[in-house]
Design a binder for this molecule. Sequence first.
Ligand code: GDP
Ligand code: MG
Length: 218
Amino acid sequence: MKSYDYKVYITGPFQAGKTTLIHTLDPDAISVERDMKEDYRGEKSTTTTGFDLGRVLWLRKSPEHLGLIIPKNEFIKESGEYNDWIKKEIELRGVPGQLHFKFVRDTMRMKTDGVLMIVDASDYGMIGDACAILAENIASFGDLPLMTIANKQDREDAASPEEVATWLGVTKAVGISAKDRESSKDALCSLLQSIENTTDGKVSSSVANEAATEEQNI
Ligand SMILES: Nc1nc2c(ncn2[C@@H]2O[C@H](COP(=O)(O)OP(=O)(O)O)[C@@H](O)[C@H]2O)c(=O)[nH]1
Ligand SMILES: [Mg+2]
């Protein structure tokens, strides 16, 4: 039996901000990291070779409410405060972005309900990898709700979400900083709304994606 209501698969190139996003949303998230001794912009750096796993609650007062995201461990302590709220448990599953880790992504794709595709908006050099991962997502997930994220909007050299969407050939990208809780939380809630609308069979996922992005722009 599933121990969560929805599983969100978080993908994107090396160093895009997947681990940062998951830890911003759930400070108790687990990450398997190993020193890859890979050069990145002239520096040796550590990257995730395994996975990130976070658990959060999506809490809403009503189905229309965009909602709150609370780390599961925090929710356990304060659950009494949310007695009348709609509660959904969310698994956040970060997968390694390097193209040669495709086999890890393949095994972690099962039971996915929605996808966050993260791109570093300040690193045009990774766009080839991002396009390859996007193509892989579309091939494996079909029309599951997928949100493209233009991360690192806090950096001066970050391209705008519109530019990132053009790089990737998608209609829309949502700008966030994975270091910032508010923008990260809003992006996840919008994706969850799309998942819920699709699951309910009310609207098709593409329409749901549009609606969620519209909501975010208000
Ligand atoms: N300025 C800025 N740096 C970020 C942001 N998100 C991630 N980073 C940095 O980018 C690097 C890679 O992030 P990480 O989460 O490990 O990427 P991953 O390989 O996709 O898991 C780290 O040095 C992070 O601190 C962001 O929104 N803004
Ligand atoms: Mg990582």
